[in-house]
Write a protein that binds this ligand. Structure first.
Ligand code: NAP
Ligand code: GDD
Length: 322
């Protein structure tokens, strides 16, 4: 196994994953979409770009995937590309389904026809569980899936067709069911990065308030650096698997605000305003993952805690204010 191909290589996870793979000696290729502002498009992979082989393409253009696969000849394929924002999936459910559901089908079909023997990783999500929680307050591989967003529904299709292709055609496809993971490279319209950046704007007197939506939902937040290592362990494992990756600890959005603001010497209650614009038509109230299977089978353990994740994000974002 020497060549790894990543769709979504310039995203948060794609950039960490590419770095890990290069450090392990893999040749790394990836798919990049055309953008009118090329400079911003690849900022997360600019430091390693000379070591990568990138291809222009799009998940909804199956020919572009097939051409890239035929040219690069990957042993491992990581399908990370997606419209990954849950609230925005309510604004564009059709586009979300095209990219996340039909796009994943396109990746599996192009791999089936052009990359015999390749192992495929599908970026599945805890959002697929929706409102379903086991009686002990955890979600795990056996928990029923009842998604509550167009994003969750699209990911459930991709998860299911991955399992179908595995059984029907013998493809080595694994689903990583990842709970929320963040980092200094997180897009600033996700809540962790938004809160860190918003609190810093207040500390450095650029803003007085931060507007948020629902403060009462709980998420199991880990670090993308750790979770992308789990993706490699999953594909290096001999059998295809469906596996949960999580920290096992849930915090509310309110807890997140409390921790971030207090680390910056402020009281969040004096600065947060609720704006209904950031509420969702249907909310997913509670996520907490049980990753016992990943620990036992893959030997995976996260290095970052919730506290050190928040500190890493604050340190990174604060550097640009000084
Ligand atoms: P991200 O930062 O939003 O990255 C998404 C990547 O997909 C970007 O490189 C984006 O390119 C690309 N992309 C979007 N639409 C595309 C299309 N039609 N064709 C080709 N590329 C396209 O997301 P992430 O946090 O790295 O997440 C990686 C994957 O894991 C996603 O599938 C996400 O749904 C899934 N996931 C994430 C989490 C999490 O908490 N982060 C948890 C579970 C699952 P542009 O830059 O051009 O938009
Ligand atoms: N984005 C955002 N913006 N979320 C807010 C805000 C706000 O202003 N205010 C409150 N929240 C709440 C959301 O309602 C949600 O309950 C929680 O913060 C987390 O929201 P996000 O950070 O947008 O993440 P997500 O949980 O919806 O989705 C992320 O995790 C999924 C895995 O569970 C994304 O990374 C998905 O791609 C991923 O699959």
């Amino acid at each position: 196994m020497t060549k790894a191909f990543i769709t979504g290589i310039n995203g948060q996870d794609g950039s960490y994953l590419a770095e890990h793979l290069l450090s392990l000696g893999y040749e790394v290729g990836g798919l990049v979409r055309r953008s009118s502002v090329a400079e911003n498009q690849t900022y997360r992979i600019n430091p390693i770009e000379s070591k990568l082989k990138t291809y222009y393409g799009d998940l909804i253009d199956q020919n572009s995937l097939a051409d890239a696969f035929r040219h690069f000849k990957p042993d491992l394929i990581f399908n990370l590309a997606a419209q990954s924002h849950v609230r925005l999936s309510f604004d564009m459910p059709g586009f979300t389904a095209q990219v996340n559901a039909v796009g994943a089908l396109n990746v599996f079909t192009a791999a089936k026809e052009n990359c015999e023997g390749a192992r495929i990783y599908q970026a599945s999500s805890s959002e697929m569980f929706g409102t379903s929680v086991d009686p002990d307050n955890y979600q795990r591989e056996t928990t029923p899936m009842h998604p509550v967003s167009p994003y969750g529904c699209s990911k459930l299709y991709a998860y299911s067709i991955a399992r179908n292709f595995r059984r029907a055609y013998g493809l080595h496809i694994s689903n990583g069911i990842l709970f929320n993971h963040e980092s200094p490279r997180r897009g600033t319209n996700f809540v962790t990065a938004k809160v860190v950046k918003g609190a810093l704007d207040i500390k450095y007197k650029k803003e007085k308030f931060l507007e948020l939506g629902n403060l009462d939902s709980y998420r199991d937040w880990g670090h993308s650096y750790d979770y992308t290592k789990a993706m490699i362990k999953l594909l290096e494992y001999s059998e295809p698997l469906d596996i949960v990756i999580s920290t096992g600890k849930a915090h509310s959005v309110k807890d997140l605000c409390k921790v971030v603001f207090s680390k910056l010497g402020m009281d969040y209650e004096e600065h947060i305003k609720i704006n209904p614009k950031f509420l969702r038509p249907q909310e997913l109230p509670y996520l907490q993952g049980d990753s016992t299977k990943a620990k036992q089978i893959l030997g995976w353990e996260p290095e970052f805690t919730f506290e050190t994740l928040v500190e890493d994000m604050i340190m990174h974002f604060e550097a640009s204010y000084k």
